[in-house]
Design a protein around this ligand. Structure first.
Ligand code: BT5
Length: 252
């Protein structure tokens, strides 16, 4: 019923009215051997997750809450590339459907006018040398009004409807996300991360600017210089030392 135009992504769809988290369900399916392209979509998540077990607010019927299984033939250290690839695909889809041009804040925030409209969560099932599966979680606020966001995130969150000034259908958006994702993923498998990196840099807001990175090891300030070929953020500190950051929250 999604009217997909993709070749493989989303051809097996598990649809739920209500789940705890589509990530958990997709991870279980992946573990049980579900093929690449398997998609889990829910109308509502009761325990939607962000990174580091943060909450992802996923109310009924207003957004896209979905998880996709990929099985790329890559070593685990290249997995951060996929987060960036998905961020580009989501940005392109938003642009295609709404005409609005999003910004990407490394690694996984999609912003419209400085507020977060979508987030990406990449989780791995991997051996030391090889990825078994990557569960790509995509959360996108589509039709929320600002008062429908919980107070603690109202100032930082937005929806496509708020920015566009009109409500929109979710199925064509899912279709477009999968289409862009499939195109980029094919390109990635054939030509590597370089072409994706260039596209990513075109959407990135933080590059060349001073940022504060909160990592598990502490807080680091510096200028974001770009991303490595593995998808890590390059941060230059005041002593002109370069740091390579795997996962962090970035404040502009
Ligand atoms: C993310 O984490 O941005 C990843 C979000 C991934 C959600 C999808 S939905 C489908 C799949 N199933 C899941 O259970 N998860 C994935 P992070 O960068 O850690 O950002 C989390 C932070 O964003 C929270 O701490 C809040 O501050 C904020 N936040 C929570 N819900 C939000 C929302 N709906 N819109 C904008 N910001 C939100």
């Amino acid at each position: 019923q999604l009217g997909l135009k993709t070749e493989t992504l989303g051809h097996m769809i598990h649809f739920f009215e209500e789940v705890d988290s589509t990530q958990r369900i997709a991870a279980k399916l992946a573990y049980e051997g579900a093929p690449e392209g398997t998609l889990v979509v829910a109308e509502e998540q009761k325990a939607g997750r962000g990174r580091l077990d943060r909450k992802w607010f996923s109310p009924q019927g207003t957004g896209i809450w979905m998880s996709l299984i990929l099985r790329p033939p890559i070593p685990p250290q290249q997995a951060p590339q996929l987060t960036l690839l998905v961020a580009v695909a989501v940005s392109q889809a938003i642009q295609e459907v709404t005409g609005l041009v999003p910004d990407i804040k490394w690694p996984n925030d999609i912003l419209l006018h400085g507020k977060k409209c979508a987030g990406i969560l990449t989780e791995l099932q991997a051996d030391p040398d090889r990825v078994r599966s990557v569960i790509i979680g995509i959360g996108m606020n589509v039709n929320q009004t600002s008062t429908q966001f919980p107070e603690d995130i109202r100032a930082i969150a937005t929806s496509l409807a708020i920015e566009k000034g009109e409500r929109m259908k979710r199925a064509p958006l899912i279709q477009e996300i999968l289409l862009q994702l499939e195109r980029l993923y094919k390109q990635y498998l054939e030509h590597g991360f370089r072409p994706i990196k260039l596209l990513w840099e075109g959407y990135a807001v933080s590059i060349g600017k001073p940022v504060t990175a909160r990592t598990l090891d502490g807080v680091m300030r510096g200028i974001a210089r770009g991303i490595t070929d593995d998808g890590l953020l390059i941060l230059e500190d005041e002593q002109n030392q370069l740091h390579y950051i795997h996962s962090a929250d970035i404040q502009l």
